[in-house]
Design a protein around this ligand. Structure first.
Ligand code: IPE
Ligand code: IPE
Ligand code: MG
Length: 249
């Protein structure tokens, strides 16, 4: 343990604090495989994954990351067996009811992105409560992407913009990238600088499609329940080695 803590301290000292990613997005993947590798049901992987969420949120807060977006449930995840979906919804309710006070104490502002209108009532109640309690906080903004899909988000933005055009609040010529951004769930937030995906998959799976245009991508074979602060710091150090050109030279 002492060795591990020293290693984290050493790694942390290598981070250039003046060049931190402002916004980190994480595709938390591999819970099911983590459990199956241990001969357990997939749901135990999700349970173990919550511990990682706790550790990573705390670490981001301490490191001074301004925005963290965690992909918790995609618009495609409804294809899973009903028992697993229900378990995930219950887990969310449990996480929020247990953690919100601690998150609030740590000045974290909780913000949900995704279509929460279709979620069970008990989830919506906890979501409203968590967002309300933490709404004045100005520390880490924790976006939880729930029933989130990048394409769905863009379709919803298109519809909102069309309404404004039909109502003559906006002309077609006035539609810009900026206008599209302002109609996404992440309005007023910077795009993710760094996107992390665990479990060895190298795809975005419908995560922040518009916002990830120039994100740096970091993949690891580590399964989400095994991911920890050390891996997070490795990802940040990798990010700091990248030269971001945004199309320039
Ligand atoms: C990610 O882990 C968590 C969610 C999608 C909710 P998975 O459940 O996708 O785990 P694997 O990919 O099947 O191992
Ligand atoms: C992406 O993981 C969604 C979340 C992490 C919430 P999936 O496990 O659903 O993605 P695919 O199916 O492997 O692309
Ligand atoms: Mg998966």
């Amino acid at each position: 343990m002492a060795f591990f803590l020293r290693k984290i301290k050493d790694l942390t000292s290598k981070i250039d604090k003046s060049r931190l990613p402002v916004h980190i997005g994480i595709i938390m993947d591999g819970n099911g495989r983590w459990a199956q590798k241990r001969g357990m049901m997939r749901i135990y992987g999700h349970k173990a994954g919550v511990k990682t969420v706790r550790e990573i949120v705390k670490a981001c807060s301490e490191l001074g990351i301004k925005y963290l977006t965690l992909y918790a449930f995609s618009t495609e995840n409804w294809k899973r067996p009903l028992e697993e979906v229900n378990f995930l919804m219950d887990l969310l309710v449990e996480y929020l009811s247990k953690e919100v006070n601690e998150l609030n104490k740590n000045n974290v502002k909780i913000n949900f992105i995704g279509d929460i209108s279709f979620l069970p009532k008990k989830c919506k109640v906890e979501i409203d409560r968590a967002q309300n309690i933490t709404k004045e906080n100005d520390g880490l903004v924790l976006n939880i992407a729930l029933n989130y899909g990048g394409r769905d988000e863009i379709v919803k933005a298109v519809k909102k913009i069309c309404h404004k055009v039909v109502n003559k609040e906006l002309s077609i010529d006035a539609i810009t990238e900026q206008i599209v951004s302002e109609n996404l769930y992440t309005q007023n937030q910077p795009d993710p600088d760094l996107i992390i995906r665990t479990s060895g998959e190298k795809r975005l799976s419908n995560f922040l499609l518009w916002q990830s245009a120039y994100s740096e991508l970091w993949f690891t074979d580590v399964l989400w329940p095994d991911f920890n602060k050390k891996h997070l710091i490795e990802a940040i150090l990798y990010y700091q080695t990248r030269k971001r050109r945004f199309g320039g030279i």
